[in-house]
Write a protein that binds this ligand. Structure first.
Ligand SMILES: [Zn+2]
Length: 193
């Protein structure tokens, strides 16, 4: 019996990305029958409400993308981030009025993640014909720097405007966790390249 339960915990851990301890706790909570029904109708609600924007890869709620469909956003600026959480963190801080582009990862030589595995060609489709400024807002980590440098080189070779967040974000800084003031300064004082 122990092994059987263990397998369910591991499966849940794999699906949710929770720690093993939290997966175990969640599984035990779900043993209550009402909770399973509640959760499954909640999951259905998520499934019916959210989808991925085919243009910027942000979350669409009821087919509306806050990043590219809101008329309050300046379509001539595209802030490039590695994941949805980073875009959401910047939107929630209310410090940037442009649109976003989610790369869905970062270049990672150890895990064989190449530029072609990211939403980079989709980014170039967006900037090809128009006078758009791309603002790179990737994490100040090794993978983030590698990806930033690759993008900057490619964008400059196409003679497009590109800038990146001002220094001031400590090395290792992760966009999602940077406080509002630091991020606000980093965007306002972004370096044109
Ligand atoms: Zn979008």
């Amino acid at each position: 019996l122990k092994t059987a339960i263990e397998n369910y915990i591991l499966e849940l851990k794999k699906i949710t990305n929770l720690t093993k301890r939290n997966s175990e706790k969640l599984l035990m909570d779900l043993m209550n029958e009402n909770k399973i029904d509640e959760l499954s109708s909640f999951l259905n609600k998520i499934k019916n409400s959210f989808s991925e924007c085919p243009t910027c890869f942000y979350l669409m709620e009821n087919n509306f993308c806050e990043s590219c469909m809101s008329d309050k956003r300046d379509k001539s600026k595209i802030c490039v981030v590695s994941n949805i959480l980073d875009a959401k963190a910047i939107i929630d801080k209310d410090i940037f009025n442009g649109t976003f582009h989610i790369l869905k990862g970062e270049i990672d030589l150890n895990k064989n993640v190449a530029p072609t595995d990211l939403k980079i060609s989709e980014l170039f489709d967006r900037i090809n014909n128009e006078n758009i400024e791309v603002i790179i807002a990737l994490n100040a980590t090794f993978k983030g720097e590698l990806t930033s440098n690759y993008l900057i080189q490619e964008i400059k070779s196409k003679n497009k405007k590109v800038s990146r967040l001002a220094r001031g974000i400590p090395f290792g800084g992760v966009v999602n966790y940077i406080d509002r003031e630091t991020m606000d300064n980093a965007i306002k004082n972004r370096n044109k390249l």
